[in-house]
Design a protein around this ligand. Structure first.
Ligand code: HEM
Length: 334
């Protein structure tokens, strides 16, 4: 991606991050190079998210059976069919090659139920699709909002660049550098606090109970919102301020368990948590070493709480060579 980026160019960083993280997840989990398809897959996934959002916000739609031949369902089905074709192709190629690559895809193809029957292609497809979607959209959003926040806080970016220069001395970062990229890690952590890609999640009570003095009946749906908790002044000083340093002195250990939960928690905690943290820190370090991104003014950046917390119209940014710290920063967009 960086070899394609040109200084002075304006890019939609959300689009670029989506493509990048999709290619990473395909390569790392399924050893599949989908660079030539990432635009197509990205387009279908974006449509899928849009359709899901329309469905979610429209009671009449949610009440209709999936088989009802209405335009919304037909459009959604077409998107799923296109994505299915790509995923089944990945599965078929691996099966035909007979290769055992030791990656997640090989493990899934070899997995068996307790009675010894292999898991079906449909089940493998479901798992691959889940990991494709959960494994790239969220990380892309974490990075997209990080670029936005850095563009508004040159003092944070200067400190970040300083750490990268000290720790890496111009080399590309690797896994072994992670323990020393402490400020980079705090920047990601703080971006996940202010713009949690998963802004809310739900649970159904399986028994009557009481939570915080509120009676809950079995079957009630309880919504937990990262966006709300992460901006609560009971837990975070100046909660709306982007201040990575707040994590420097053990705040994470002092916080009540669910005051900060970008990756959820409990038995269904994000399975990709460590992967995503590592990926985000390494990408932030790699890209910031080379580029300084400034915001194109006049954009509407109101976060859109769809399935995940998204910039509705993308985020357009100008690419500048890094360490042009003195170059003029464009005025703040709303
Ligand atoms: C910054 C990046 C990420 C964020 C903020 C994030 C957030 C979350 C959250 C909040 C949940 C829990 C949802 C719930 O309990 O209702 C979750 C679950 C999940 N995540 Fe992530 N995630 C990220 C990256 C990833 C990656 C990279 C992968 C895969 C490689 C992944 C795969 C999954 C899966 C499979 C689940 C479902 C786990 C289960 O139900 O047992 N996520 N994620």
């Amino acid at each position: 991606m960086l070899s394609r980026w040109q200084t002075g160019e304006v890019r939609d960083v959300h689009e670029d991050m989506m493509r990048l993280t999709l290619e990473i997840v395909a390569k790392t989990l399924f050893d599949t190079d989908i660079a030539d398809k990432s635009e197509e897959v990205g387009g279908y996934l974006a449509l899928g998210i849009k359709f899901y959002d329309q469905w979610f916000r429209n009671l009449a739609l949610t009440l209709l059976p999936e088989s009802a031949p209405i335009p919304h369902h037909l459009r959604s089905r077409r998107v799923i069919q296109r994505l299915d074709a790509i995923v089944y192709d990945i599965i078929r190629r691996r099966k035909d090659s007979g290769e055992e690559k030791g990656d997640l895809l090989s493990m899934m193809l070899e997995a068996k139920y307790e009675d010894g029957t292999p898991i079906s292609d449909q089940q493998v497809r479901d798992e691959v699709m889940t990991l494709f979607i959960a494994g790239h959209d969220t990380t892309a959003l974490a990075l997209t909002w990080t670029w936005y926040l850095l563009s508004q806080h040159p003092e944070v970016e200067a400190k970040l660049v300083e750490e990268l220069q000290t720790v890496l001395e111009g080399r590309e970062p690797t896994f072994a550098d992670l323990p020393r990229l402490r400020y980079t890690d705090m920047v990601v952590r703080e971006a996940l606090r202010l713009y949690p890609p998963v802004w809310g999640m739900a649970r159904v009570a399986n028994t009557d109970c009481e939570i915080g003095g509120y009676p809950i009946e079995s079957g009630n749906i309880i919504i937990l919102s990262q966006w709300v908790m992460h901006r609560d002044s009971r837990y975070f000083d100046s909660p709306d301020t982007f201040n990575p340093n707040r994590w420097a002195d053990g705040l994470a250990q002092r916080l009540p368990t669910y005051a900060y939960f970008p990756f959820g928690g409990g038995p269904r905690v994000c399975i990709g948590k460590s992967f995503a943290q590592m990926e985000a820190v390494l990408l932030l370090a790699t890209i910031t070493q080379k580029f300084h991104l400034s915001l194109v003014p006049g954009q509407d950046l109101t976060p859109w709480p769809a399935f995940t917390l998204r910039p509705k119209h993308g985020i357009k940014m100008v690419l500048n060579e890094q360490r042009s710290q003195n170059s003029p920063v464009l005025p703040t967009a709303r």
